[in-house]
Design a protein around this ligand. Structure first.
Ligand SMILES: [Mn+2]
Length: 327
């Protein structure tokens, strides 16, 4: 599914004619979320518009402080009921994924959503969705390209952050030739790959590495090794809730002979967060959606209020049903 230039034109018209923007993204913001939100902020700055980047997370993940504009992001808690005239929501497939910042979207008809996930609920009045795009930053690249604003080193840093994060440094199954074309252009502004990849992929707190070690050493194999599960119980999560542990999901699906990796976390809030990864035979988006979440065929997630053994059983039933179709 692609879309024509008219759609970009409509989005650019919206950006040019509105002012006092809220820019927001999903909770537990990741590299694409930060890159996309800040690239939009930078674009608005170039257009001479007023804006504020607000995210649910508190504190904001310091891992991304190398990015332009990081110090301008505020948590929802710091907002004190500020009013906005228009909203731009990036990388958010479903309303509830925004966390508390949904409370700031008071004018739905002046809400522009830019995303590369399949739509789960149609909360925005105006959508730019391209599910073929590897990241939301790809779509913003195309948008800026259609505008009167010139690319520069700052755009390059922000957009490459999202593209490199969501493609796993140009290696995940979603990676396309277009990503390399965009990257080649963006790298021409003098930024180097390591400037972006080092803070995102090669910089970990000792606390995080120890939790990852716990998760890996307690990994469980099910369905004849086709499914590998990493589980972090509440007592481990209590000390590491703010740590970005998403890499453990990738490790769970990297086990030789496995088809699906599942990463289950008992959250301090009382519910359970589940991340799915698939090598391709199993559509984990389908499974995540059954439990109120979503994502892509290869990577998806959900949050449920159930006990760990119960939800594990239900998920394994879903996976074995899908694998049965392919065995
Ligand atoms: Mn994304």
């Amino acid at each position: 599914m692609g879309f024509d230039k008219k759609t970009y034109g409509d989005a650019l018209f919206f950006l040019e004619t509105q002012d006092n923007f809220l820019v927001t993204t999903h909770q537990n913001a990741d590299g694409d979320a930060f890159g996309a939100a800040l690239a939009i902020a930078y674009f608005l700055e170039k257009l001479g518009k007023r804006y504020q980047v607000v995210i649910h997370d508190d504190p904001v993940d310091p891992k991304y402080q190398f990015l332009w504009g990081w110090d301008r992001i505020v948590s929802y808690r710091e907002m004190n009921g500020r009013h906005f005239d228009a909203s731009i929501v990036v990388d958010v497939p479903a309303f509830k994924r925004m966390g508390d910042t949904v409370n700031l979207l008071n004018i739905p008809e002046r809400c522009l959503k830019i995303d590369h996930h399949p739509i789960e609920d149609d909360f925005a009045h105006f959508n730019i969705i391209d599910i073929d795009a590897s990241s939301t930053c790809n779509i913003i690249y195309e948008l800026v390209k259609e505008s009167r604003v010139e690319f520069d080193r700052t755009f390059a840093q922000l957009l490459l952050c999202g593209i490199m994060y969501d493609t796993g440094r140009f290696s995940f199954s979603n990676t396309k030739q277009r990503d390399f074309e965009i990257a080649a252009h963006l790298f021409s502004f003098g930024i180097t790959p390591i400037e972006v990849s080092a803070p995102i992929f090669f910089d970990h707190s000792k606390e995080k590495l120890k939790v990852m070690g716990y998760g890996l050493s307690h990994m469980e194999s099910c369905l004849d090794g086709k499914v590998n599960i990493i589980f972090l119980p509440r007592e481990i999560m209590a000390s590491s809730a703010a740590v970005d542990l998403d890499e453990l999901a990738n490790y769970s699906s990297s086990v030789r002979g496995g088809e699906v990796g599942i990463f289950i976390r008992e959250m301090p809030e009382g519910d359970i967060k589940i991340s799915f990864r698939s090598k391709g035979k199993v559509d984990v988006n389908r499974i995540a959606r059954k439990f109120g979440g979503g994502g892509h065929i290869h990577a998806a997630g959900c949050r449920v209020v159930e006990s760990h053994p119960v939800i594990k059983r239900k998920i394994l039933d879903e996976v074995s049903e899908q694998l049965g179709l392919f065995v």
